[in-house]
Design a protein around this ligand. Structure first.
Ligand code: MSS
Length: 369
């Protein structure tokens, strides 16, 4: 049995057995803890904070939380109570850190190369239900987008520690205005008010986009002509070569590529008939299919997609019964999305260790008795 994780105070309510603590701000879900349910329980959902979270007191009066809406014909400030009168929707999304799978890049670096950042394996991700108001309805109620708007820019509610330059620290992210069709301002996660740890009282959810774009404790949403020049957008979360510096000219980490991984069987299981199972998702695209290999990628068989389809932003579970004799097996999964993108065997490393989607890295090697 894994060592019980030592959880920091703000997430002491989580299931320690389900988690791997990398640091106070980076906590990963164990592969074995995804289980066979489609939805990830909040108690097992990974945590990633770029900055210390705001005090717990901000969730004392959830409906009173204020969000400033700008870049619209009639800008203004709305409370969560106001938002609840403008629309209602629920969407299932895969919330996944941009750096999920970074360890698989780090493991293959040439001597002298370095990618810093949390060595996440597969657990900086979960599939959860968000309930809130479509941002589109909010924007419509405020007279529509202002002329020239090209991005949706959300700002997190953290307090900037004195002495630091706000732009260096603030969690402010911009995504293309085209996402206005799907962005929601959410107040509930899996049917309950969002915990502070996951961004309560209000979170900007950009379905299909990687974790960092889903701004917690959102305090302002502006439709802007340009991407924010905050460091977390301009000089971080960019696709660039190993050892290169991030710059605004490089592609930002936005839409997630197609990905999958196996969740069962795992080391410790018995030889014989098993069900090889896992999860697969396509970012903004639906999953078209998943193949499974039990011989390290030499041969592949089509897995069955199981459980309800919660929409293109959710993950699908897959399953393939197989006979695995005593000995060592290498189990891999390879998903294809609705646009025809297939997971490659390996992807070249990038300097931030973002958007890993090769199938070789997360393959499971296990010895069955
Ligand atoms: N938001 C805010 N406000 N802050 C912070 O720090 N982070 C990011 C997002 N958002 C932040 C935010 C990240 S980075 C991530 S992943 C996410 O979030 C996570 O989530 P959770 O709930 O899980 O913790 Mo990477 O891409």
């Amino acid at each position: 049995a894994p060592d019980k994780a030592k959880l920091p105070g703000y997430v002491a309510w989580k299931d320690a057995d389900a988690l791997i603590v990398h640091s106070n701000q980076t906590i990963e879900t164990r592969r074995s803890a995804f289980g066979t349910g489609l939805i990830t329980d909040e108690s097992a959902l990974y945590i990633r904070n770029n900055v210390n979270p705001p005090p717990e007191s901000i969730v004392a009066d959830r409906d009173g939380w204020r969000v400033e809406i700008g870049g619209v014909a009639r800008p203004g400030t709305l409370t969560v109570a106001d938002l609840k009168r403008l629309g209602l929707t629920t969407v299932a999304t895969v919330l996944q850190c941009s750096g999920n799978g970074r360890k698989y890049f780090q493991d293959r670096l040439a001597p002298g190369q370095k990618i810093s950042g949390t060595p996440w394996t597969v657990g900086a991700a979960g599939c959860v239900l968000w309930t809130g108001v479509p941002l589109k309805a909010v924007v419509a109620a405020m007279g529509g987008p202002a002329a020239g708007a090209k991005f949706i820019t959300g700002t997190g509610g953290e307090e900037i520690p004195p002495g630091l330059k706000p732009k260096d620290v603030m969690v402010e992210r911009s995504v293309p205005l085209a996402a206005l069709d799907t962005v929601i301002l959410a107040w509930a996660l899996n049917g309950r008010p969002i915990s502070l740890a996951h961004g309560g009282p209000l979170r900007m959810i950009v379905p299909g986009y990687s974790g960092v774009n889903n701004v917690k404790y959102v305090k302002s949403v502006n439709l802007t002509e340009a991407e924010t020049d905050a460091k977390i957008q301009a000089a971080s979360y960019r696709m660039h070569g190993v050892g290169e510096k991030a710059a605004p000219s490089q592609p930002p980490v936005w839409e997630q590529p197609v990905r999958s991984w196996i969740t069962a069987p795992l080391e410790g299981d018995r030889a014989g008939r098993v069900v090889v199972a896992g999860v697969a998702f396509g970012g903004v695209n639906a999953v078209a299919g998943v193949e499974v290999s039990t011989d390290g990628g030499a041969t592949w068989r089509k897995a069955e997609l199981v459980g309800p389809d919660l929409g293109r932003f959710a993950w699908r579970q897959f399953a393939l019964p197989a006979d695995l004799g005593p000995g060592t097996h290498v189990l891999a999964s390879r998903a294809t999305d609705s646009a025809g993108n297939v997971q490659p065997e390996e992807v070249p490393a990038n300097g931030g260790g973002y958007s890993h989607n090769g199938w070789r890295g997360p393959a499971v090697t296990l010895t069955l008795a």
